[in-house]
Write a protein that binds this ligand. Structure first.
Ligand code: AKG
Ligand code: FE2
Length: 289
């Protein structure tokens, strides 16, 4: 029997979580958000799941419901995406300084990070295992290598071995691209509602099979390095007024930020200028949107 994933609580030291993520590529935070946060998210997002259809393809799961554009559908994701352990781990693992010469000046640039995908994933009875995969395969990068994604799965319902709790192969982010993942190597994520699984993009994982009568619901957010293309196009998925409902830190994470030294500008400026009101935009002589 393989040991389970390392389990921490919200009060854990960030350095301890980062050390576990570097070693295993995945960790559990038992109590990521409280019942009030969870209830608010259910109130906003639950109806979207109920009115939605099952996925139309085998990979996403024919007995799985998925809802995306989460920052457009709820304004209550701040405590999730800015949780000090989740955001802190993402920053620690991805915002590594890069040095460069600009003329004769040796400069250090720290990349930004950004929300890359959001999804509610509800696995129903009869859904089989998802193929084990690496989510950073999207980045078409060789392994092993620097972390380009840190992802969260917030349990909106209980996660168990029987109901499809995410299967994870600890340590598989250290593997090269020749080694194939095997089902027998994967261990299920077990979480109470409000708990979270944090994992890095290079770790093999996948949804489990649900053999129970009750659906398993998770809310996933991925934070990626800011110099990569977002998986889910946040600029198109989240209308301006929904972006403005979030605090500046979250707006920056949604992509209204520059990745140093200079990716993502608008009008030679920070892209968040497009969030200003129309009068200010006209006064500054910028193109109105
Ligand atoms: O639902 C899960 O537990 C994981 C889903 C997943 O890995 C994915 O959609 O890429
Ligand atoms: Fe995945």
């Amino acid at each position: 029997m393989m040991a389970g994933l390392t389990r921490l609580t919200s009060g854990a030291a960030l350095d301890d979580l980062v050390a576990v993520l570097e070693r295993d590529g995945a960790a559990i935070v038992e109590d990521l958000v409280g019942a009030d946060v969870l209830a608010g998210l259910w109130a906003d997002l639950g109806p979207c799941l109920e009115s939605g259809d099952f996925s139309g393809n085998w990979y996403d799961g024919l007995r799985t419901r998925r809802v995306s554009s989460l920052f457009a559908r709820t304004s209550r994701l701040t405590p999730v995406v800015t949780h000090p352990l989740y955001l802190g781990a993402a920053r620690a693992l991805m915002q590594k300084p890069v040095t460069m010469w600009i003329g004769r000046a040796r400069q250090e640039m720290v990349p930004s990070i950004q929300v890359s995908t959001t999804q509610l994933i509800q696995i129903h009875k009869g859904q089989g295992k998802m193929p084990l995969h690496r989510d950073d395969a999207l980045h078409l990068r060789p392994h092993p290598g620097p972390t380009t994604r840190v992802q969260l799965m917030l349990a909106m319902s209980e996660f168990t071995a029987a109901n499809g709790g995410t299967l994870v192969i600890p340590g598989s982010h250290h593997w090269d691209d020749e080694r194939a993942p095997k089902s027998a190597e994967a261990i299920p994520t077990e979480l109470p509602p409000g708990g979270g699984l944090i994992w890095v993009g290079g770790v093999y994982h996948g949804g489990g099979s649900n053999d129970t009568d009750r659906p398993r619901t998770g809310l996933t957010i991925a934070l990626d390095l800011g110099n990569l293309r977002q998986e889910e196009n946040q600029y198109l998925a989240v209308p301006k007024e929904k972006v403005l409902a979030y605090p500046e830190e979250v707006r920056r994470l949604l992509g209204y930020d520059r990745c140093p030294p200079g990716l993502g500008w608008v009008e030679m400026n920070d892209p968040d200028i497009v969030l200003a009101d129309d009068a200010t935009i006209r006064e500054a002589g910028l193109v109105t949107r």
